[in-house]
Design a protein around this ligand. Structure first.
Ligand SMILES: [Zn+2]
Ligand SMILES: [Zn+2]
Ligand SMILES: [Zn+2]
Length: 187
């Protein structure tokens, strides 16, 4: 038996793991808009953007600044939510405002081919709540969805999970209980 290669493989694995960038866990984020110095971390970048917006505007939009996602926009609530903005903690009125605005913007950008996606809390790299707006990719449909009439009926995601939404005729499909959802959208 030749075990000569093994230490080399172990070293390679060790080096690989030690150079993986640590993903921020936004569930641990303790930022507080009353104390701007707590929002300096990279994962609080969207919180800082929210602070720049007009106070009377409940929802705002940003073009995704990631150069690898040139077709993407984001819809965000201006206020910072409880417990790092988890959508299951937002009120029905707050959720309705956010989804209604996001659907309108998505339609404006992509006609009937739009999709909206919110990643689960474990897969988010920004603590401020944000919905990805994009063009729905072909062939992403799954059997796990509920049908609703409009944005006001989009249910709250279960705690910490992601959600994605797309039109199906005059109704909407709401796909729930997934973590990484933005991959259903054109980058
Ligand atoms: Zn934060
Ligand atoms: Zn925030
Ligand atoms: Zn669907």
């Amino acid at each position: 038996m030749n075990t000569m290669g093994l230490p080399g493989i172990r070293l390679a694995a060790f080096l690989f793991l030690s150079f993986l960038p640590a993903l921020p866990d936004v569930r641990q984020c303790a930022c507080d808009p009353a104390r701007p110095e707590t929002m300096e971390a990279r994962e609080c970048g969207l919180c800082r953007e929210a602070e720049k917006q007009e106070k009377d505007q409940p929802v705002f939009f940003l073009k995704d600044i990631n150069p690898r996602k040139p077709n993407r926009w984001l819809a965000l609530p201006r206020v910072h939510g409880k417990v790092q903005h988890s959508l299951h903690l937002a009120s029905p009125a707050e959720r309705k405002r956010l989804w209604t605005a996001a659907v309108a913007k998505a339609r404006e950008l992509w006609g009937d081919e739009w999709g909206l996606a919110m990643n689960g809390d474990e897969s988010r790299t920004q603590c401020h709540a944000h919905i990805h707006i994009g063009k729905l990719l072909k062939g992403v449909e799954t059997a796990n969805f509920v049908v609703v009439r409009g944005p006001e009926q989009i249910p709250a995601p279960t705690e910490g999970s992601g959600i994605w939404v797309h039109p199906e005729g005059a109704r909407l499909h709401v796909h729930t209980a997934e973590q990484i959802t933005e991959t259903v959208l054109l980058r």
